[in-house]
Design a protein around this ligand. Structure first.
Ligand SMILES: NC(=O)c1ccc[n+]([C@@H]2O[C@H](COP(=O)([O-])OP(=O)(O)OC[C@H]3O[C@@H](n4cnc5c(N)ncnc54)[C@H](O)[C@@H]3O)[C@@H](O)[C@H]2O)c1
Length: 441
């Protein structure tokens, strides 16, 4: 077996967002990587260099690493794990009923692969898992291989951001590795080509760093959204408030944009998991419960703004620009735009959608909306337009042309991507979030 630096043999089990990126990036760092995936359609696509979602640069990186012979894929755990010094677990840990993380994918992956682990292999948990999961993984392996089997388990949570996944894997703010010093040191050497500070700690701390990091970002979003609401009702522009706040380096200006709320596969489930962890341990996570509650109400706030402009939406045509939970991804999981669309549909509106990348995924979960591949066609004859996702292209729309296509010039900019004055100059009845110009009762 090698030393665990470049040229290591790695298996990455689970080829969703995180696993695909980790496998391709570890290959790029010079390792020999096998991605293990049970979804046959994903697997077939990957072998041909195709990925089942939109992520800038990832298909090219996969094609490059496949061609270099450093990356391959299999659906067979025995084949993937044989000879591997490091076995990364990157399977899903979705929200279980009650809010806790559902560990069934982790458990079945470990049961499937345990029999094929090499002695002294390191099993690295990359998925986001609650404290004490490492113990559970170790127990499952020892149960399968006998209590003397030499294996180490390491916790190495992932912090990548969809939409800039490769960059955030290869140039992260930090790498967190939990476990015994010997095993964490070996995993740390895998990241030798990555320029980032490394925090080596124990399993529980590593798991908590991941959850707490997502929780504070989610908290910040709910705080900003609540402040924006207050600013709307007292006639203050929150964008300027945020600029003034951000000049204080203790606060900074990141994550200061009000909007329709947070979504995606991580923030909602990870905050819920912390609330559930608190419940299990007798700690009432009051703040995080409210963070979720504020977030849950935010799409309704956007709806209220729309209603304040157009009245009853029954029989009206409302066009949404953007359906993904944020820009640069086609992921619509827990997207606040979906919540808004569902409210509109339940109130009798005809909902049209334009999203540069999320149309296909949107049509699966929201088949009752009408999808258009051209923003101007999507706006044709509509009674109002709502910008739900901050896609950069929305900043360079031809506002005159858009205005002419709409039946009524109502524009709700739930991401504040446009300049209110410029929109008004082009004839729009413009409403942003937190701009302080349009109190909603
Ligand atoms: N998506 C993100 O941006 C992100 C960021 C940081 C951390 N995470 C965490 O990383 C983990 C993975 O997230 P994701 O978004 O990639 O999940 P995902 O659901 O997109 O992907 C999981 C993949 O694992 C596969 N899988 C399930 N069981 C398997 C098994 N037994 N063997 C092989 N493959 C199996 C599934 O088919 C799926 O393709 C989660 O814990 C998540 O919380 C996600």
């Amino acid at each position: 077996m090698g030393s665990g630096g470049h040229g290591a043999r790695i298996a990455v089990v689970g080829q969703g967002y995180v696993g695909m990126v980790a496998a391709a990036c570890f290959a790029k760092l010079g390792n020999k990587v096998v991605g293990v995936e049970t979804n046959a359609a994903y697997l077939e696509g990957l072998r041909a260099g195709r990925i089942p979602f939109f992520e800038p640069g990832l298909e090219d990186l996969i094609a490059e690493q496949l061609a270099a012979g450093r990356l391959s894929y299999t659906g067979d755990h025995a084949e993937g794990v044989a000879g591997a010094e490091f076995v990364f677990l990157a399977v899903g840990t979705p929200k279980h009923a009650g809010g806790m993380a559902d560990l069934s994918q982790i458990e079945s992956a470990v049961e499937q692969l345990a029999g094929f682990l090499e002695p002294d292999a390191i099993v690295v948990i990359k998925s986001t898992v609650p404290v004490r999961t490492a113990e559970r993984v170790r127990d499952l392996i020892l149960h399968a291989r006998g209590s003397e089997f030499p294996v180490s388990v390491v916790s190495n949570p992932e912090f990548l951001q969809q939409g800039r996944a490769i960059e955030s894997f290869l140039r992260p703010d930090r790498i967190v590795i939990g476990g015994s010093p010997d095993a964490t040191g070996r995993v740390a050497r895998l990241y030798a080509g990555v320029d980032a500070p490394i925090l080596e700690t124990n399993h529980e701390t590593a798991a908590m760093v991941k959850y707490a990091s997502n929780a504070i970002l989610a908290t910040r979003i709910s705080f900003v959204n609540e402040m924006a609401k207050l600013c709307d009702s007292v006639g203050v522009d929150f964008i300027t408030v945020a600029r003034g706040m951000g000049m204080d380096h203790r606060i900074n200006s990141l994550f200061m944009a009000p909007g329709p709320g947070f979504g995606g596969s991580c923030f909602p489930k990870d905050v819920s998991a912390l609330v559930a962890m608190g419940q299990d341990s007798g700690v009432d996570m009051i703040l995080l419960k409210e963070v979720l509650r504020v977030n849950h109400r935010q799409p309704r706030y956007v709806y209220d703004k729309l209603r304040a402009r157009v009245g009853d939406v029954r029989g009206r045509t409302i066009t949404l620009f953007g359906l993904s939970f944020k820009a640069e991804t086609d992921d619509v999981r827990e997207s606040p735009a979906l919540d808004l669309a569902r409210i509109l549909i339940s109130e009798g509106a005809d909902v049209r959608v334009y999203d540069p990348h999320a149309e296909e995924k949107g049509a699966i979960v929201l088949p009752t909306a009408h999808y258009h591949p051209d923003p101007y066609v999507a706006a044709e004859g509509a009674d109002a337009l709502v910008i739900c996702t901050e896609w950069p292209e929305f900043r360079s729309l031809d506002l005159d042309r858009l205005r002419e296509h709409l039946a009524s010039p109502v524009l709700i900019d739930a991401r504040n991507v446009l300049d209110p004055e410029s929109a008004a100059r082009h004839g729009f009845r413009y409403t942003g979030i937190g701009r302080g110009t349009d109190p909603v009762a």
